[in-house]
Design a protein around this ligand. Structure first.
Ligand SMILES: [Fe+2]
Ligand SMILES: [Fe+2]
Length: 299
């Protein structure tokens, strides 16, 4: 427990996060960085960027509700301390992605309407499955749902977006880097804390596996409808990156991600690669805590 105590202390969080990789940032990026004109001036790309950012806000609002809700359900003080730091991380994620919506031209008075209009209903259901466990004070299921399922998904989505924006949007890439570093810490806590609790309470396994199956179902449905809506914007973005690269502009072409060439991949290919990557991660992480991944029926 002593390693656990120091790894998840507030002191450690202060040194590595606010005084470390977030030092000198403003809403997660370097002061003065802006969204690229290419996005702001192209209605298809702008709309799709707003829609994608809304999903990030919806996911982070769920993470904020879950991590804060789990503080009182936690059976020990080191976990409460860690969840307090996580609560601030998640509140920050909500803030920086909300700020991105404002940077993309969403008016403050229209924030909630914009979120309601674009929020993917499957993602809303995904959040509901988790928050139902949190509301019941179910610590084991809540941490698996939050720190392994939700954050495992977020981690891969952020990494994919980071690879996809490449050098074309340093502001958003910066914002994502800090968020990815936070999520890595959160996922680590989930694995370290819950493995021992599952061993002590094997009777909880069936219930946790059912929740994971439900969440995976809604997650795959979310990916499916997001990529179906993003087709035009994806190819517009790819054409622009290509044109920028060909003109010799200082915008490196997007990278490969888990074998997919982001410069040419179709939405169907991206959906398949993302789903595959997240599910592989789930299997590994759940396996480490003694939970057997349950495959949902295809949405
Ligand atoms: Fe987060
Ligand atoms: Fe997180």
């Amino acid at each position: 427990m002593s390693d656990f105590l120091s790894a998840y202390s507030i002191q450690n969080w202060l040194e590595s996060c606010p005084q470390g990789y977030l030092a000198d940032t403003e809403y997660g990026h370097a002061p003065g960085q802006k969204e690229p004109e290419l996005v702001l001036d192209n209605p298809t790309l702008l709309r799709d960027t707003i829609r994608t950012t809304v999903q990030l806000v919806v996911g982070e609002r769920c993470a904020l509700a879950a991590s804060s809700g789990l503080i009182n359900a936690a059976p020990d003080h080191p976990s409460k301390t860690f969840l307090a730091t996580q609560t601030l991380d998640e509140a920050r994620h909500v803030e920086i992605f909300t700020q991105r919506l404002y940077d993309l031209g969403v008016k403050k008075s229209e924030l909630e309407n914009t979120i309601a209009e674009y929020a993917n209903p499957n993602l809303v259901k995904f959040a509901e499955v988790l928050l139902e466990k949190v509301d019941k004070g179910d610590f084991v299921a809540g941490v698996v749902g939050q720190n392994i399922v939700l954050e495992g998904m977020a981690f891969s989505v952020f990494e994919m977006l980071h690879a996809a924006v490449g050098g074309a949007n340093p502001k958003f890439a910066n914002t994502l880097s800090g968020t990815i570093a936070d999520e890595r810490r959160h996922v680590g806590f989930g694995e370290n804390r819950i493995g021992s609790l599952i061993k002590q309470h094997p009777e909880r396994k069936a219930d946790v596996e059912k929740m994971q199956k439900d969440m995976a179902y809604h997650m795959l449905a979310t990916f499916s409808s997001q990529f179906a809506q993003s087709g035009n914007a994806m190819s517009a973005g790819q054409r622009m990156s290509q044109a920028a690269a060909e003109s010799g502009a200082d915008a490196p072409a997007p990278a490969k991600w888990h074998g997919a060439d982001l410069a040419t991949a179709t939405p169907e290919e991206m959906e398949a690669v993302l789903s595959d990557t997240v599910l592989k991660e789930f299997k590994i992480r759940l396996g480490r805590i003694g939970i057997e991944y349950q495959t949902p029926t295809a949405p």
